[in-house]
Structures are given as C-alpha cells and as structure tokens.
Write a protein that binds this ligand. Structure first.
Ligand SMILES: [Ca+2]
Ligand SMILES: [Ca+2]
Ligand SMILES: [Ca+2]
Ligand SMILES: [Ca+2]
Length: 469
C-alpha cells in the first residue's frame, strides 16, 4: 500500500513539473530565519592580543610587538608594497567543552575618521568592505588552534601566553573581566586542563594602511549560536617615508637670468632622468628640500643663485635659497601617492672667473602631515510657516558642505514640486541656481520646496542632508 502511494506521488510530481511555465524573468523571494537561542553556556574569550609573527629557533611565536606601551603597537615596513604581517590570538573556553566551539573570528576595522585618499589600494585579503578607511570593516578572519599537533598543542599554548608573553611582554594582552595570568596559567588552570585553548590567525596590514588605532574584535561562537567576544585597539605606529627615482638633478645648460626648469614625471623608474617621488610610509607627507650654492657664490650678502621646486604639476613652485633651512614644497603626498618633482634654477651672476660647470648637493626630507578626515553627513530640519498658495521656500547647506538628499517630513496642506538645489537639477520647471524665491551662488546648495497651487497656503516641514566636501 505504502509503495503504491509513493509511486503515485512521484508521478504527480513529475507531471506537475513538466507543466510548469518557463519563466523569463527573475523572481525575488524573501527569506527569513530566527537564530536558535540555544541553551548551555556561551564561549568566553578570556584574553586576546596582537603580536609580530617573528618566531624563535623552534618556529614558535616570540609574542613581541614594536613598542613597550601597553597593548600592541606595530611599525609599518616603510618599503614599497612590503606588508606588515601580524598575528591575532586569543584564549577561548566553553563550559560545554571545547567540542562545543564552532568557530573563533577576528574582525579588524580601519581607524575612525581617517580617510585613506584616492591613491590607497587595498590588499586582496582586505575584503571586509567595498571601501577602505573611515572605520569600515577591513576584514574578518577565522582563528585556528595555535597548534594542531596534539602532542605539543597544550605546551605550545602555555609557552606562548604564560611564559614568553607573561615574562617578556606582559602588558601586551587585553583581558576579559575576571581573568588574568594567574587564572589562565594556574597549575590547575584551564590551559593546563585543556578546557581553554590558544587560537591565532595571521593577517597583513599594507605598507600604506594609515597610521592609527585599529579596532579588533575576537568573537567565539558555539554550536548553539551563543557567543562571547572581546575587543581592543592595536596601533599602527606612524612612519613617514619616501623614495625617489633619482640620485642627481642635472639642470643642463643654464643661461644667466633665465629660469631653467627640470621637469619630473609620474613614472617611478630609477634613473629615467625625470624626477619622481613616492610615499612609502603610512602617513601623508610633505617633501622638504635644502640645497647648497653649487659654488656660485654671493654678491654682497645675496647668493648668485636661487632655486624652486614643487611636487606635482598642479602645485605652486616654492623658492628656496642656498643653505637656507629645509623648505617645504607644495603639494602634500597622500598615502602611497606617486608624483613628479619639478626643480628649477635661476642664476643672477656667474662668479669670475667662470667655470665650465658647477655642482652641489641637494637634500630631500619629508615631514608627516595629518591624515585626511572622513566626510560627515548632517541633517538640517526646517519648519517653514506662512507659505502663500504656490509659494516657494528653501534651505541651504552650510559652507563646506553639499546637499546630497532631502525631503518633506510633514505639511498642513498638499505640497508641490520639491527637490535638491544642486547644479544640473530642475525643480518645478526651475533649474539651479535660479528659483522664484532665491538664487543660489555656487558652490552653495540646498533643498527647495513649492507649495501646491490649490487655493490654500501651507506650513511645510522638510529636511536637507549636507555632506562635508
Ligand atoms: Ca557552549
Ligand atoms: Ca606594546
Ligand atoms: Ca621618473
Ligand atoms: Ca497650496
């Protein structure tokens, strides 16, 4: 009986399938679920830290970082496209047993309010967000057991946190409340009993990731979807560094009182005779230059030669005199930016007797410049009373910001056309910048509203969102 039933069911299924219409369009289907709250105990991240990936002669982590300050600090490589690799580690336990642990993860976030600029390129591993900087998620990684060798796993974990780090870098870790070295390293403690274990993952910061404080959350999840977490910040220490593709600047044939310019280019290629500089640190940088008189001497107290230079063909030249203090050049190099350096010379007098050629020394240095900041969005709410029928009103964004969105929040009568007052937009037949009630002066932008012509006046509440430029 049962067998017959199954056959019939299968037949009807086959029939109904063959009669299904062929759909030529996509259908969006909503999906949903609720997380099983589970029972049992949540995992606990007892302690976490970040460290260098440097190892001892036995291929075991040394547990170091790059500054003695509490917590983890790291120096960038200050070398073009050479990453800084760090390890993120944690001691995790679950009262239901280590087998109940489903996974341990680390989320690293870029520093807040630091924009990376247009030249920054993310590593392929930094796939947590579409963008970089401004506090977004850099990436999530899964931590694995420090050692998969059952024979040494316990000893390896104890050696790292209870010996190397506790002894040599004791202020490195951040502790969950109620835990410390005495607790986890006790002779009858959880590491010894293997009811807690050390998990680690290695990840890369790029040479150009901005100096700053990186929020790091370690999260442990168990099979009941219960989780415990612990977060801190590690610091990517600032290093201002640059490299150039030239070891000399040859001004060539120079005539008296003739401003002679040596142009750079955007191609970083050693010895291409077109000066190029690139930022290989993790701060923004201004170039500074200092130069001797190339043996051209003085007339009275005035040098017979002066120079100028700039970074980028959009920049204004800055003049510098021989032996003067290092002069800062325009413009600032953003993170990992490559740009040309243009130099020029202007000789007002050749000393007598003139030589056939002159040579001297130029010294280039760089100084750090504050990071770019992130755009912020501010909403302005406006209640406009006393609209005549069909009347207009609007509101502007503050100087330094641009209107990016807006809308009507409420009104006492029907509202007519309304929209952003920004270049290339039209609202109610009027195109920016001229509206019946007001003419904007670029770069001023805002939001404009017309009452609907229907025989009634109005009170209209609207808002405009202003983004910093
Ligand atoms: Ca559990
Ligand atoms: Ca430290
Ligand atoms: Ca070049
Ligand atoms: Ca009206």
């Amino acid at each position: 009986m049962k067998k017959t039933l199954i056959i019939i069911t299968m037949l009807s299924l086959a029939l109904s399938m063959s009669s299904l219409p062929v759909l030529a369009v996509e259908i969006g289907v909503g999906t949903g679920l609720t997380r099983d709250p589970g029972d049992g105990a949540a995992p606990i991240v007892k302690v976490k830290w970040e460290m260098n990936v440097v190892k001892d002669g036995n291929s075991k982590y040394l547990g170091t970082d790059d500054a003695t300050t509490a917590g983890a600090q790291f120096l960038p490589s200050s070398q073009y496209q050479v990453n800084k690799r760090i390890a993120i580690c944690a001691v995790v336990t679950d009262a239901d047993g280590m087998a109940d642990l489903a996974g341990v993860y680390a989320d690293v976030f870029y520093p807040v309010n630091i924009a990376v600029g247009e030249h920054h390129v993310k590593l392929s591993s930094q796939n947590g967000s579409a963008t970089a900087g401004c506090g977004v998620l850099m990436q999530e990684d899964e931590l694995k057991l420090l050692s998969t060798n059952a024979a040494t796993a316990k000893a390896d974990g104890i050696e790292l946190i209870c010996n190397k780090i506790r002894t040599n870098n004791t202020n490195l870790p951040v502790w969950n409340s109620g835990y410390d070295y005495d607790e986890i390293c006790a002779a009858d403690g959880e590491l010894m009993k293997e009811t807690a274990k050390v998990f680690c993952v290695e990840k890369d910061l790029s040479y150009e990731d901005p100096a700053g404080d990186y929020r790091t959350i370690v999260m442990a999840q168990d099979t009941d979807s219960l989780y415990g977490s612990l977060e801190n910040f590690f610091k990517y220490l600032p290093s201002t560094a640059f490299e150039v593709d030239f070891t000399s600047v040859n001004y060539g044939n120079v005539k008296l009182n003739t401003h002679k310019v040596v142009n750079g280019n955007l191609t970083f290629s050693n010895g291409d005779n077109f000066p190029t500089v690139r930022n290989i640190g993790n701060t923004r940088a201004d170039m500074k230059v200092q130069q001797d008189d190339m043996g051209l001497g003085q007339t009275g107290s005035t040098y017979n030669v002066k120079y100028d230079g700039r970074v980028g063909s959009d920049a204004t030249f800055v003049v510098y005199n021989p032996f003067a203090a290092a002069k800062k050049l325009n413009n600032t190099l953003d993170l990992s930016e490559t740009n040309e350096m243009d130099f020029s010379i202007d000789i007002s007098k050749f000393p007598y007797p003139p030589a056939a050629s002159y040579s001297g020394t130029m010294t280039l240095t760089a100084v750090s410049v504050a990071h770019l900041t992130c755009p912020t969005l501010t909403r302005i709410d406006r209640v406009q009373t006393g609209f005549g029928d069909g009347g207009w009103a609007g509101w502007s964004c503050p100087v330094g910001t641009t209107a990016v969105s807006g809308g009507i929040d409420s009104s006492t009568n029907p509202v007519g056309p309304n929209g952003l007052a920004v270049p290339s937009t039209t609202v109610g037949g009027f195109t920016y910048p001229v509206y019946p009630h007001y003419t904007y002066t670029f770069p001023e932008t805002g939001y404009v509203v017309q009452d609907l012509p229907d025989g009634f006046g109005n009170t209209i509440s609207f808002h405009v969102d202003c983004l910093t430029n």
